[in-house]
Design a protein around this ligand. Structure first.
Ligand SMILES: Nc1ncnc2c1ncn2[C@@H]1O[C@H](COP(=O)(O)OP(=O)(O)OP(=O)(O)O)[C@@H](O)[C@H]1O
Length: 263
């Protein structure tokens, strides 16, 4: 970088990140710099290594090699500093099922060191905005998939983190709840915070994100502002298919027995 160049501070810096499961290399030397204040999408096909990467970036899974810095702090040398500044909605979120939604937020807020009155105030507002006020006294075990995502999001936002990591936040969520979640996230990034979310739904990423990283087979294939990654392709989906080398693959061409009523 030239001296004197003014660049936005990075929210996340990943250098030479690797993770192997047995013989399988899930993450194969990822280098990534994610700018602060953006709505960032990490996209890639099933098994690309998105969840594994996000788990290492958020301190949930120890890398075999490489470094991760979040808002200037090393995730593995300085975990408390990082965890105070991030919110995480992991895939397959585990929640305390025998608490009500309201109790879950109260517990999370106290764990985060917030004063009780502040937790109450924020919980009330979040439950309201996320359309969960009517279900706040219901046990989490009785929540639907979409409600679980929303209470998980509320818990991840309660301490007003600088960076929010979401693994497939819209999976299994109905369109109305998705719109609600989207509104909350847009408002959050408009205030200067950073959202990093993973998805394999290109249309969603294209409509939400202003910055994307494309991952396939454990590597980053392209990253940058959405318009740059899309390039001349009409859609992100098209650009993505070309990047991961799936362009022109004839889906189902060999399944000549399928359909048509023949046995
Ligand atoms: N704990 C584990 N043990 C063994 N293999 C794993 C483990 N976690 C992930 N993998 C493998 O690592 C690869 C990357 O998985 P990962 O879940 O990171 O992909 P992903 O991009 O998030 O996929 P999806 O979009 O389907 O969730 C896959 O081949 C997966 O089978």
């Amino acid at each position: 970088m030239n001296e004197g160049t003014v660049t936005a501070p990075a929210a996340v810096r990943v250098h030479d990140l690797w993770k192997r499961f047995g013989e399988h290399v899930a993450v194969a030397g990822v280098d990534l710099e994610l700018p602060a204040g953006r709505f960032i999408g990490l996209v890639g096909p099933n098994g690309a290594g998105k969840t594994t990467t996000l788990s290492m970036v958020t301190g949930l899974l120890r890398p075999d090699r490489g470094t991760v810095e979040v808002v200037g702090h090393d995730v593995w040398r300085d975990p408390a500093q990082v965890k105070a500044r991030i919110g995480v909605l992991p895939e397959g979120l585990r929640l305390f099922e025998r608490l009500s939604g309201r109790e879950l937020l109260a517990y999370t807020g106290r764990l985060r060191g917030l004063p009780g009155a502040e937790v109450d105030k924020r919980a009330t507002q979040l439950l309201d905005v996320l359309d969960l006020a009517g279900a706040q006294h219901k046990l989490v075990v009785d929540y639907s998939t979409g409600m679980r995502k929303k209470i998980g999001l509320a818990a991840a936002l309660l301490h007003n983190p600088e960076v929010l990591f979401l693994d497939e936040p819209f999976e299994g969520v109905d369109p109305v709840s998705a719109q609600t979640i989207r509104g909350v996230l847009e408002r959050y990034t408009a205030s200067g915070a950073t959202v990093v979310f993973s998805s394999h739904v290109m249309e969603l990423v294209e409509s939400l994100c202003d910055w994307v990283a494309v991952m396939a087979a454990g590597r980053i294939r392209a990253h940058g502002p959405l318009a740059d990654v899309r390039g001349d392709a009409p859609t992100l989906q098209q650009a993505f298919l070309e990047l991961v080398g799936a362009h022109g693959r004839t889906a189902g061409a060999d399944l000549d027995w399928l359909g048509g009523g023949a046995r």
